[in-house]
Design a protein around this ligand. Structure first.
Ligand SMILES: [Zn+2]
Length: 91
């Protein structure tokens, strides 16, 4: 089942009126991460510059605190890597 993930050209963050993206906002960050935890370029996601800058900072911060791995092992193919990321809402 091939679902088009990045087909929309509108900024998702603007659509949802997101004003700030923090490193704990995994639900927001993951819009802009590929399945190998790489930052998606704007030309694929349609994210506007303002939100792309914000999400890039958030991703870098999230990596520093090990919420997101830097590199995914090439031999480990994960269908949905975010199954492994636990949101921090309870903290
Ligand atoms: Zn935006």
């Amino acid at each position: 089942m091939a679902r088009r993930k990045y087909g929309r050209k509108k900024c998702k963050y603007c659509e949802e009126k997101v004003e700030y993206i923090g490193y704990k906002d995994i639900e927001l960050i993951k819009y802009s991460l590929s399945e190998r935890y790489k930052i998606m370029p704007r030309r694929l996601t349609g994210t506007c510059k303002k939100h792309q800058d914000m999400v890039q900072k958030a991703i870098k911060r999230a990596r520093q605190v090990a919420l997101i791995p830097y590199v995914v092992d090439r031999h480990r193919v994960i269908e949905n890597p975010f199954d492994e990321i636990k949101p921090l809402k309870s903290k």
